[in-house]
Design a protein around this ligand. Structure first.
Ligand SMILES: Nc1ncnc2c1ncn2[C@@H]1O[C@H](COP(=O)(O)OP(=O)(O)OP(=O)(O)O)[C@@H](O)[C@H]1O
Length: 274
């Protein structure tokens, strides 16, 4: 794909990082290098503790205080994040990066109706916040009865609905890089495919890059161009999805593929469910 030959939107080179806690030092990333092209859908897979969340937080320069980068650099749209001041980092985050949360209900303010949250998030972006525009926004993420949903509090919506709202808020900013850390982990199997379809549709439409952290190799096979396999903080294998999953080269990838059975392909692709 020609888009993938252009300058990377994310470039991680030789990145090492460690957590320092009272219990000691944990090496979380070990010399990780990774380029992601505009429009590319990249899955980062690996067992728990392999460094997936740490790498995604490093890309957004959102690492917890206890985590220190000990070597390497992260470039986002050509800019070295470490060389930027806090205001500029916030600007890159706001203008170029979108995060889709793992727990969408927790990402919403429990004390505010959905409508108010949308208004507060969209107004600073100069986006319209009148009732018709908000209804249209919710329809774009396939929320049925949007007028009713606008009046609800977060505890009154399902996890799938909350994730649609989170996606609507994220894609309204039209980020060029979307980071999704297990965006369907807290959802019922039934709504997972719909949520992933929404994310992928946005990426395809906008030409954004997607970094998708996932344990779901069946879904990764279905949607992603490339798979990056992490183990103990290092990348052990990276390549086109079908090649990595069907003919893994690294011993660890073979174990991973054998241990996590792929989900059956969704039989109801395209079918809209409530
Ligand atoms: N806040 C923290 N304090 C101390 N160590 C941490 C912290 N967060 C992560 N680690 C350690 O860093 C390493 C990488 O963790 P990370 O969360 O990046 O892995 P992961 O692949 O995202 O795991 P999971 O799939 O469970 O989310 C692990 O050894 C983990 O125990």
């Amino acid at each position: 794909m020609t888009a993938h030959e252009s300058a990377p939107s994310v470039s991680v080179s030789g990145l090492s990082a460690e957590y320092r806690t009272r219990l000691g030092v944990t090496r979380a990333l070990d010399d990780v290098s990774l380029d992601i092209a505009p429009g590319e859908l990249v899955a980062v897979v690996g067992e728990s503790g392999s460094g997936k969340t740490t790498i995604s937080q490093a890309i957004g320069r959102m690492l917890p205080r206890s985590c220190r980068i000990t070597a390497g650099e992260v470039r986002v749209l050509g800019r070295d994040l470490a060389s930027l001041g806090p205001d500029e980092v916030r600007r890159v985050r706001r203008e170029s990066l979108g995060f889709i949360p793992q727990d969408p209900i927790a990402s919403l303010n429990p004390t505010m109706r959905i409508r108010r949250q949308l208004e507060l998030a969209l107004a600073p972006l100069g986006r319209p916040t009148d009732a018709d525009s908000l209804v249209e926004l919710l329809r774009s993420v396939r929320i049925l009865e949007p007028e009713r949903v606008l009046r609800l509090f977060p505890h009154e919506v399902s996890g799938g609905m909350a994730q649609r709202i989170a996606i609507a808020l994220t894609i309204a900013r039209e980020p060029s890089i979307l980071i999704a850390d297990e965006p369907t982990a807290s959802l019922d199997a039934q709504v997972r495919d719909e949520i992933l379809e929404l994310i992928v549709a946005f990426v395809r439409r906008s030409g954004a890059s997607l970094i998708w952290i996932s344990h779901d190799l069946g879904a990764v096979r279905r949607w992603c161009d490339r798979v990056v396999v992490m183990h103990r903080g290092a990348i052990v294998e990276s390549g086109p999805t079908a090649r990595v999953l069907d003919a893994p080269e690294a011993k660890y990838t073979r174990t991973l593929v054998a241990a996590i059975p792929a989900r059956p392909r969704a039989s109801r692709e395209g079918e809209e469910r409530a």
